[in-house]
Design a binder for this molecule. Structure first.
Ligand code: UT7
Length: 326
């Protein structure tokens, strides 16, 4: 088996900013409530005519550039998302065309907020077994178009964005040390979009009933997120016979600063090792971890050789962790 490393990172968030004052005019909420309960000050959302691959394309191009490769070098595309441009074809096929990476295998992985971690885990195996040498992995979402802007329990939380990495055989420096994935489908009905699938296809009635919007039992999700993100972070460290002290950086999924702080507290990770972008972008599901990673690489916090732990939880329920040496 080949060791696999991250050759480049990239990300993109849309230009349009929605601040907390915008929501205080829409629903019964306040800037103070949103900041104290979630840590979110602003989030980015796409324009009505924009879709997921409009963000994934620049994110991917930036990752390719950092990796020093071109679209013609890509031999596989794996896209973690639950909000593709359209139901079919996959976002990865549309992105493949837009990049000009013609003919290479391309597929989406739907795993809620840990979508990037699931996609990275799948993609890594293609490089590890020697069958691929340059794999583009993306995590991204357009949650704003599935958000009910009358529901104060969800609308203040979500945004849009995408992040990407390029994987290849390790030249000795960096290495993805392990990935751990879990799911518990018994709890699917705590976080879901009911309409638009084969059980409840889109109809005038389903739209009128708001079935195409994301629904969440926020407090239940919160409790499970803290518990399972803590467990799967420890699983990653134990598997690699490492401790919290070995870690340079912790990149949790960015859903709520209180979840991130609770997990970091339980693990004993100091706040200065936690990468935070939830304050400026909100929760954009599978896009948050690769975007936080890219921003910290580009601003010089994460350096080659650093030990990084990624950790996410979301709809399914699904959860997962990645431990890597950058
Ligand atoms: O990406 C993975 C999936 N998502 C998450 O991980 C998110 C997980 N959940 C959360 O982040 C939090 O549960 C929320 C931010 C959604 C809510 O915070 P909470 O501390 O769990 O509050 P709560 O749901 O227990 O609600 C407390 C109160 C309720 O009012 P009552 O029933 O006590 O009168 C809510 O109606 O806060 C109310 N509330 C709000 N008040 C002002 C809920 N949303 C708002 C709001 N503004 N936007």
């Amino acid at each position: 088996m080949h060791k696999v490393s991250i050759k480049g990172t990239g990300s993109y968030v849309p230009e349009r900013v929605l601040d907390n004052a915008y929501f205080a005019k829409l629903v019964d909420t306040t800037d103070e409530w949103i900041i104290s309960r979630t840590g979110i000050k602003e989030r980015r959302v796409v324009e009505p005519n924009q879709a997921l691959t409009d963000m994934a394309l620049p994110a991917a191009e930036r990752a390719l550039e950092m990796a020093g490769v071109t679209a013609g070098d890509i031999d596989l595309i794996v896209f973690g998302t639950v909000t593709p441009d359209m139901l079919t074809p996959s976002a990865s096929c549309i992105l493949q065309k837009r990049l000009g990476a013609n003919g290479v295998a391309a597929f989406d992985v739907g795993a809620g907020c840990p979508g990037f971690i699931y996609a990275l885990s799948v993609a890594q195996k293609f490089v590890a077994d020697g069958s691929r040498k340059c794999v583009l992995v993306i995590g991204g979402e357009v949650i704003s178009k599935w958000t009910d802007y009358q529901d104060r329990g969800t609308c203040v939380l979500f945004g849009d964005g995408a992040g990407a990495v390029v994987l290849g055989p390790s030249d000795g420096e960096g290495e993805i040390l392990s990935t751990h994935l879990r799911a518990d489908g018994r709890l699917w009905d705590l976080l879901y979009v009911a309409g638009g699938g084969s059980r409840q296809p889109p109809t005038h009635e389903s739209l009128d009933a708001g079935l195409h919007y994301l629904r969440m039992a926020g407090h239940e999700v919160f409790k499970h997120a803290v518990r399972y993100m803590t467990e799967i972070a420890l699983e990653a460290l134990e598997h690699n016979r490492m401790t919290i002290d070995d870690l340079d950086w912790f990149i949790p999924h960015q859903a709520n600063i209180r979840i991130m702080e609770a997990v970091a507290d339980r693990l004993g990770i100091p706040a200065e090792k936690v990468i935070v972008i939830v304050d400026k972008y909100g929760n954009f599901s599978s896009g948050t971890i690769p975007t936080a990673f890219d921003e910290a690489v580009r601003d010089g916090r994460i350096k080659r050789g650093d030990l990084v732990l990624m950790d996410a939880f979301g709809a399914g329920f699904t959860w997962g962790s990645v431990l890597l040496r950058f």
